[in-house]
Design a protein around this ligand. Structure first.
Ligand code: RB5
Length: 145
């Protein structure tokens, strides 16, 4: 799959680990930055990743900041993006199956690298179930998202 990843300084280390993991699994991964530990603004990277996913340039996005929350708030302002903050295994697959989430947001200060890898694998391997969920997802899009 083609995946675009981004982080701010607070998510840089975890993003690097996960980008390497995905590449090792055979995914084509674009790293949109940041590539520095210097303090930066998470919306800049959230918008880069979200716009690429909305434009169909990547199937999924991965965003990492300290908590995942700021990334998700920013990414969800881009129409067509459904970004979910995930820190447990059930949500990792349910948000794909029910919400057709297309951007995974993780918090480096919340989850360890081992759990984050598991959450990422779970998210990427889960499939949107459609059916009764399709109309609900379409409704979200009616308000510009
Ligand atoms: C940066 O200190 C931190 O605020 C950011 O990484 C993120 O947690 C925001 O949601």
């Amino acid at each position: 799959m083609k995946i675009i990843a981004g982080s701010d300084h607070g998510g840089l280390s975890l993003k690097r680990v996960l980008v390497e993991r995905m590449r090792g699994q055979g995914h084509e991964v674009v790293d949109a930055g940041t590539d520095s530990t210097a303090s930066c603004d998470y919306p800049d990277y959230a918008f880069l990743v979200a716009r690429a996913v909305a434009a169909g340039e990547a199937e999924f996005g991965l965003l990492v900041c300290g908590t995942g929350q700021g990334m998700a708030m920013a990414a969800n302002r881009v129409p067509g993006v459904r970004a979910a903050v995930v820190s447990d295994s059930f949500t990792a697959h349910a948000t794909r199956e029910h919400n057709d989430a297309n951007v995974l947001c993780l918090g480096e200060r919340v989850v360890g690298a081992g759990l984050a890898a598991e959450l990422l694998d779970t998210f990427l391997s889960a499939r949107f179930e459609g059916g009764r969920h399709a109309g609900r997802v379409a409704k979200m899009g009616q308000l510009g998202g």
